[in-house]
Design a protein around this ligand. Structure first.
Ligand code: SF4
Length: 368
C-alpha cells in the first residue's frame, strides 16, 4: 500500500523546493540556456556517468559539435572517438543516427512533439520527456534515479522502485505535484535534490522538504529506496593479439552490434577454457595469422553492466616476410596503423589502456 503526498500541500512543497534550487543549484553548462540540443546531449551523456565526468565530456563535445548539424555531418568514427571513455557506445551511434534524421526531417530543429521525438533512434520515454519539459517547458514530470530516490523516501515506498507498481506510483505522484508552467525548474529541482541532498547517505538536516518526508519521520531513510534483486556478476575472459609489423600494429573494426560496435580493437576472442593462449593461437590460425610465439604482455580488468572482463593481451612480432592480414575480414574492417597513431582511433577502454601502457600514446588521444 503506497501513501500519496498529502492533498493541498503541493504548492508549499514546490515553493520550498524551488527556493532551495535557486540558491543551491550547480552551474551546469546546459543550464545556461536550456537549449534543446544541450538538454538532449546532456541527458544521453549522463546516463550511467558521474556528473563531473559528464560535464567535462559535454564541454569537449560541444567544442567539436556545437549543433545538431555538426553531429549529423561527422563520420561515425569521430563520434565514437569523442564518446570514448563514456562507455555504452550504442548510445553514441544512435545519437548520430538521430542527428541525421533531425536534419533531414526537421531541418535541424529538435522536435517539440512527443511522437516525433520517440520516432528518433535512441530516444525513449525518459529522454523525450526530459527534452519536452526541461527544454520546451511542457508540463511533464520526469523521474530519473535521483527523483526515484527522493520519492521513495518522501512517500516511504516499501517496494522495489524499479518494479512496475512503485515505478508507476512515483511517476503518478511526481506528475500530480508538478505546478503548471514550471516543469523545467520542478524537474531540475528534484533531480538536484536527489544528487546533492537526498543522496545514498541522505543529508536530511539540510533538506528543504524534510517536513513532508515519511521515511525521515519513520526512521526508514537508510532502507529506502528498496532495491530489487540484482543479477549476479558474470566473469568473462578474452585474449587479444598485438601483432606488430615494424612500427605498426594490426587492428580490426568491430561490426555495429554489441557494446563496442564500430570501435577498433586488437583482434581477439572470448575464451572458454584455461588455455587462453592456445585458444588465441587457434583463432589467429583461422584468420591466416599463425604467428607464434605469442608473449603475454599484460591484462586489463574492465567492468561493464553485470560483467567483469579480464582481457589478456599477447604480443607477437610479425617478421618482414609475414605481412599481417586477416583472411575473410573485409579490408575496411582491418588496418595496419603506426603504434604512435592508435590515439586517433575510437577504442574500447580495455584496448585503450593496454595501448597507452605499451605504446605510450596518451598524448595523441582524440587528436586530429
Ligand atoms: S528528509 Fe532526508 S530522506 Fe527525506 S527527502 Fe529529504 S534528504 Fe531525502
Amino acid at each position: 500500500m503506497f501513501h500519496p503526498f498529502p492533498a493541498g500541500q503541493a504548492e508549499e512543497f514546490a515553493s520550498r523546493l524551488f527556493a532551495w534550487f535557486k540558491a543551491s543549484m550547480r552551474p551546469l553548462p546546459w543550464r545556461i540556456r536550456y537549449d534543446p540540443y544541450d538538454v538532449w546531449i546532456s541527458e544521453i551523456m549522463l546516463q550511467q556517468t558521474q556528473m563531473e565526468r559528464g560535464v567535462s565530456f559535454f564541454l569537449r563535445w560541444k567544442d567539436r559539435f556545437p549543433c545538431v548539424e555538426s553531429v549529423a555531418s561527422a563520420p561515425e568514427e569521430e563520434i565514437l572517438r569523442y564518446w570514448e571513455g563514456l562507455g555504452y557506445y550504442r548510445r553514441a551511434r544512435l545519437l548520430h543516427a538521430a542527428a541525421k534524421l533531425i536534419v533531414d526531417r526537421h531541418g535541424g530543429r529538435i522536435p517539440d512533439d512527443r511522437d516525433e521525438l520517440l520516432a528518433l533512434p535512441g530516444l525513449g520515454d525518459y529522454t523525450a520527456n526530459a527534452i519536452l519539459s526541461i527544454a520546451y517547458g511542457q508540463d511533464i514530470a520526469v523521474a530519473d534515479a535521483n527523483v526515484e530516490r527522493v520519492f521513495s523516501r518522501l512517500l516511504d515506498i516499501d517496494a522495489p522502485v524499479k518494479d512496475a507498481p512503485a515505478r508507476s506510483f512515483i511517476r503518478q505522484e511526481a506528475q500530480r505535484l508538478l505546478p503548471c508552467g514550471n516543469a523545467r525548474i520542478y524537474n531540475q529541482s528534484l533531480m538536484e535534490l536527489g544528487a546533492l541532498i537526498c543522496k545514498k547517505h541522505a543529508l536530511c538536516g539540510q533538506c528543504p522538504v524534510q517536513g513532508w518526508c515519511l521515511a525521515n519521520q519513520r526512521g526508514t531513510v537508510k532502507v529506502r529506496p528498496v532495491q530489487g534483486t540484482r543479477s549476479a556478476i558474470e566473469n568473462v575472459v578474452s585474449a587479444h593479439a598485438l601483432i606488430i609489423y615494424g612500427n605498426s600494429i594490426l587492428v580490426h573494426k568491430r561490426d555495429d552490434a554489441g557494446s563496442w560496435g564500430g570501435m577498433w580493437e586488437f583482434p581477439g576472442i572470448i575464451c572458454h577454457g584455461p588455455d587462453i593462449m592456445g585458444e588465441l593461437a587457434d583463432f589467429l590460425e583461422h584468420l591466416g595469422l599463425s604467428m607464434v610465439p605469442l608473449q603475454h604482455a599484460g591484462h586489463i580488468t574492465h567492468n561493464y553492466t553485470n560483467h567483469r572482463l579480464t582481457a589478456h593481451f599477447f604480443r607477437c612480432e610479425a617478421g618482414h616476410s609475414c605481412f599481417p592480414h586477416m583472411e575473410g575480414m573485409p579490408p575496411e574492417r582491418q588496418r595496419l596503423i603506426p603504434c604512435a597513431e592508435l590515439g586517433s582511433l575510437a577504442m574500447p577502454a580495455h584496448h585503450r589502456k593496454i595501448a597507452e601502457r605499451l605504446f605510450n600514446q596518451t598524448a595523441r588521444r582524440n587528436a586530429g
